[in-house]
Design a protein around this ligand. Structure first.
Ligand code: PLP
Length: 398
């Protein structure tokens, strides 16, 4: 018998984490590496949130909690969904877990049977396809194009739906492209979905607050499809709480109950102290996020200005999140000073790591093998230095 199961052997390790490992290894040798590989805010969690966690510890709030989260937190999430998104949910619709990541995995595993088709708007976040693989579903990629800012359309969705389609997955604002689907675009998608009531949707809104165009639209706002939608959100990006491990989903009660059942057998509730921190975060509103967004916007503009000067990079303007996702295929076929040929975005990422000491992630991990993803969640000076080095290294290719 094989030591490791086929299920796990078939899984890819996330490229984002792999690249971060390589960058750390190089840095450990004393190289001045600028890591733009990881999708992590460089801000501290706001103090009032940390204080709530300290208070929870001091009060002895250290026991198991109900699996889908403490009642106050589930209620606060309902209040947030009403306040920010005009969505009506009750606590029974909400399941809190260890990050948006667990909420996504809960939904996929609770809904997808072997052989079911899952349509993923592409480029997509690295873990979606692997979660579908775990559920033994079949991924259908719906390719966005550069001239449409990589946004899959309602017409594409209509054409891709078959009698085997179970689920659609997307993120808006999108990691990796920064695309934000407008209310009109989601409305058109909702019209298609309303004609196919057996098709469910996981709408990943983890970057909701990191939005430079202002309006965030939620698919669940379209009443005809609300019951088909599982809305996923969390605290990692908007409140700079990546390490706390807390996120949630909102769905109709049967789906929420199925997710709770799965989570109860695998992890139980997320950390009690983290839940208190999450409660404080929501009670504090979104003003701390708004301060961070101002910095993310400034950095986006800075980086867009810098990449404009890099020949061959074709970069749509990100409307949200904290990445740029240039098409770098103009460099495929070029040769390094050592005589190596750049055949793929991964070759280019490795060249930039070793020559410019800048870590970016191969777009293939996101379904776009012609692209590289650079995170812009880093200090302005570091970004300026990183793109100066990238430009110089690329200019040395022949
Ligand atoms: N969804 C997207 C699109 C993400 O980029 C991430 C984190 O990178 C997550 C979900 C997971 O977030 P969390 O830290 O809440 O698990």
């Amino acid at each position: 018998l094989a030591l490791i199961s086929d299920r796990i052997n078939a899984l890819e390790a996330p490229q984002t984490i792999e690249m971060a490992k390589k960058a750390r290894a190089l840095a450990a040798q004393g190289v001045d590496v600028i890591s733009l590989s990881f999708g992590e805010p460089d801000f501290q969690t706001p103090q009032y949130i940390k204080d709530a966690a300290k208070q929870a510890i001091d009060e002895g709030f250290t026991f198991y909690t109900p699996v889908p989260g403490i009642p106050e937190l589930r209620q606060a999430i309902c209040d947030k969904l009403k306040r920010d998104n005009n969505l009506d949910y009750k606590p029974e619709n909400i399941v809190v877990g260890t990050g948006a990541k667990q909420a996504l995995a809960n939904a996929v595993l609770a809904l997808v049977n072997p052989g079911d088709e899952v349509i993923i708007f592409s480029p997509f976040w690295v873990s979606y396809e692997e979660m579908v693989k775990l559920a033994e579903g079949v991924t259908i990629r719906l390719e966005g194009t550069l001239d449409n800012d990589y946004k899959a359309t309602a017409a594409q969705l209509e054409a891709a739906i078959t009698p085997r389609t179970k689920l659609v997955m997307y993120s808006s604002p999108c990691n990796p492209t920064g695309a934000v689907w407008s209310r009109e675009e989601l409305g058109a998608i909702a019209e298609v979905l309303a004609r196919h009531p057996q098709v469910l949707v996981v709408a990943d809104e983890i970057y909701e607050y990191i939005n430079f165009v202002g309006e965030h639209a939620s698919l669940a706002q379209f009443a005809a499809v609300k019951d088909q939608v599982v809305t996923v959100n969390g605290f990692s990006k908007g409140y700079a709480m990546t390490g706390w491990r807390i996120g949630y989903l909102a769905a109709r009660p049967e789906i929420a109950a199925a997710c709770e059942k799965l989570q109860s057998q695998i992890t139980s509730a997320t950390c009690s102290i983290t839940q208190r921190a999450g409660l404080a975060a929501l009670q504090g509103g979104r003003s701390s996020a708004d301060e961070m967004v101002a910095a993310y916007r400034r950095r986006r503009d800075l980086v867009l200005g810098l990449v404009k000067d890099i020949p061959g990079f074709k970069t749509p303007t990100p409307d949200g999140a904290f990445y740029i996702f240039p098409d770098v295929s103009a460099y495929f076929g070029k040769t390094t000073a050592d005589g190596a040929t750049i055949g793929t975005a991964n070759d280019l990422a490795m060249y930039l790591l070793n020559d410019a000491h800048v870590a970016a992630v191969d777009g293939a991990a996101f379904g776009a093998p012609q692209c590289l993803r650079f995170s812009t969640a880093t200090a302005d000076e570091k970004l300026a230095e990183a793109f100066r080095r990238v430009k110089e290294s690329l200019a040395r290719l022949r």
